[in-house]
Design a protein around this ligand. Structure first.
Ligand code: ATP
Length: 234
């Protein structure tokens, strides 16, 4: 579904990713883990074309998308939910969803507003409320729901559990598991190992812009030294 092959990404002269490679099978949920500044966000931005890699290749559904502008990558079926929530604060929840609506796409889950309200029951209760009235966690859910209205085949989630209340984190984890059950492919960046373990099939650990580990959580548990060397937590 997605293949990231040996990408090198820079901000100006500063190299942030140094030969990052991993692949994601259809229907898989992969967690990118690593400390602050490890390169997780930059990896997602490289995939979606916001910071195009200077070397290496990104292939999505068999198509080389390296160097494509972001809007074209999004149109090809790759959804991106940035860390900072991007909702329209002066529009209602339902209107925010409407803005994200795209025609159904072949090989992707077709999302309706009703299905999204089922996925995020909090949003259903607030469908007539303005975006600005939502809590941080609800805004995060709305950003994800609006991206899903575009019917992506794969969605990139940047730190979905960041800065939200524990009860909402649990709801977010349930929602990501539901996305997988619906057949969506997900790549998410996380600092929260417990959240990643609860939702993902596999962990890809980044440190200083390189992949240090790429395997199951069971395999990670068998190598505590990897966790100690490259993750902050717990
Ligand atoms: P975080 O959890 O803090 O988002 P991360 O693993 O996602 O961490 P990145 O945001 O990808 O890490 O940052 C990787 C490195 O790139 C860091 O050293 C960061 O300071 C640097 N960096 C990020 N954005 C920029 C930018 N716009 N210009 C210059 N350097 C940047």
């Amino acid at each position: 579904m997605l293949e990231v092959a040996d990408i090198a990404t820079f901000y100006g002269r500063a190299q942030v990713l140094d030969g990052v490679s991993f692949s994601v099978a259809p229907g898989e949920v992969v967690a990118l883990l690593g400390r602050n500044g490890a390169g997780k966000t930059t990896t997602l931005k490289s995939i979606i074309g916001l910071v195009p890699p200077r070397a290496g290749r990104v292939t999505f559904r068999g198509q080389d998308i390296t160097g494509w502008p972001s809007y074209r990558i999004a149109r090809a079926g790759l959804g991106y939910v940035p860390e900072e929530r991007r909702i329209f604060t002066q529009l209602t929840v339902a209107e925010n969803l409407e803005v994200g609506r795209q025609p159904p796409r072949e090989g992707a889950v077709g999302w309706s507003e009703d299905a999204l309200f089922e996925l995020f029951p909090n949003l259903a209760e607030r469908r007539g409320n303005l975006g600005k009235a939502l809590s941080g966690g609800e805004q995060q859910m709305l950003t994800i729901a609006r991206t899903l209205m575009g019917n992506p085949a794969l969605v990139l989630l940047d730190e979905p559990s960041e800065g939200i209340a524990p009860v909402i984190v649990a709801q977010m984890a349930r929602a990501v598991r539901r996305l997988k059950a619906e057949g969506l492919t997900v790549v998410l960046s996380e600092q929260n190992l417990a959240f990643a373990r609860a939702v993902a099939d596999r962990a890809v650990i980044l440190d200083h812009g390189r992949v240090r580990f790429d395997d199951s959580f069971a395999a990670l548990d068998a190598r505590p030294e990897v966790r100690d060397a490259h993750l902050s937590v717990s």
